[in-house]
Design a protein around this ligand. Structure first.
Ligand code: ADE
Ligand code: ZN
Length: 343
């Protein structure tokens, strides 16, 4: 017999919604800021930096902490530490975002960022066995023209570990449609696409992301519950929602994870594909294991729900079809074995 806590710790996991800069540990931010002579916002205890009530407040801190990254080796360190935490939570495959555009004003080039990130990914894979790929996020607050320049850099880099793009930062008043041409260019060269939508923005931004950006994955997506017709469509089309319990309790209107009408619970109970992620773990005092705990104990995910969401995650990931089939068979069997041990 194993306990629920052991079950949650032992099951194989993947992350499809994790931000590199949001995974910077507080002490690492302080170390790097000091080394690089960068001023962080004032704090008494480092952890106090990571307190906010809204997405806007959070994004200010996220950006300020990101300024502490300057050299390729800084990127290597934070990538390695992020993936070390993934491995500690039995997260075996990771698709992570990073935010190149906020570093350009500090003179940190895309290649410097990617060189460090690639080194951190390689070191983490050999030390912990965790496989990862990355997806730069297009900052919707900076507009499509800046995004197009940035896409040129992505194309110029042509990096096999850089497999897709996302769209993030503050939603309102930045709807997805102006990014349609940029996303089409990205898709045309074989990049995968996903978009943050329906976290603080309306259900309409989810519909717009599916229609204009042609994404099959929505990051967050909580406001889908406001639009029954869109809910049904997302169910029929098998759209995958990468949800983040701790973030949702701060940035979305659903602050109480135990409430019967919490959007993530409603989405799951309706039969939408939802899978669990940590988003910006230390910045919300969490990790993937804790997010699974919140899913199980507060959002009503049964072991069978967790099994289903793991398979949905594998199918909705950017892995090749052969690997998807292998993971689904192997991880499915592993989870079945652990469910049997739950007793
Ligand atoms: N960047 C990092 N975390 C984010 C979030 N939750 N929403 C939008 N942009 C983000
Ligand atoms: Zn996110």
């Amino acid at each position: 017999m194993i306990s629920m806590a052991e079950f949650l710790a032992k099951i194989p996991k993947m992350e499809l919604h994790l931000h590199l800069e949001g995974a910077i540990r507080p002490q690492t931010a302080v170390d790097l800021a000091r080394k690089n002579g960068v001023a962080l916002p004032p704090f008494e205890r480092v952890e106090d930096l990571y307190r906010y009530d809204t997405l806007e407040q959070f994004l200010k801190i996220y950006t300020a902490v990101s300024d502490s990254l300057v050299s390729a080796d800084d990127y290597r360190r934070v990538t390695y530490e992020m993936l070390e935490s993934c491995a500690a939570n039995n997260s075996r495959y990771v698709e992570f975002f990073f935010s190149p555009q906020i570093h350009f004003p500090n003179g940190v080039s895309f290649d410097t960022q990617m060189d460090g990130i690639r080194a951190g990914m390689a070191d983490a894979e050999s030390d912990f066995g965790v496989v990862s790929v990355c997806a730069p996020g297009v900052n919707r607050e900076l507009g499509p023209a800046a995004g197009e320049d940035f896409l040129d850099m992505i194309f110029a880099r042509g990096d096999e570990k850089l497999v897709g793009i996302g769209l993030d930062f503050n939603e309102a008043p930045f709807p997805p449609e102006p990014y349609a041409a940029l996303f089409e260019r990205a898709r045309n060269v074989g990049l995968q696409v996903t978009a943050h939508a329906g976290e603080t923005g309306p259900a309409e931004f989810i519909r717009g992301s599916i229609d204009a950006l042609k994404v099959r994955r929505i990051d967050h997506g909580y406001h889908v519950v406001d639009d029954p017709e869109l809910m049904q469509r997302c169910k029929d089309e098998g759209i995958l929602f990468t949800v983040c319990p701790s973030t949702s309790a701060v940035t979305s209107p659903w602050h109480d994870l135990s409430a019967p009408d919490h959007a993530i619970r409603v989405m799951k109970d309706f039969g939408l594909k939802v899978m669990i992620n940590s988003d910006d773990p230390p910045m919300f005092f969490t990790d993937l294991g804790k997010e699974y705990g919140k899913a199980a104990h507060q959002l009503g995910f049964t072991p069978a729900d967790i099994r289903r969401s793991t398979i949905d995650a594998i199918e909705g990931s950017w892995l090749d079809d052969t690997t998807k089939r292998r993971y689904a068979a192997e991880w499915g069997a592993e989870i079945d074995g652990l469910i049997a041990e739950l007793g």
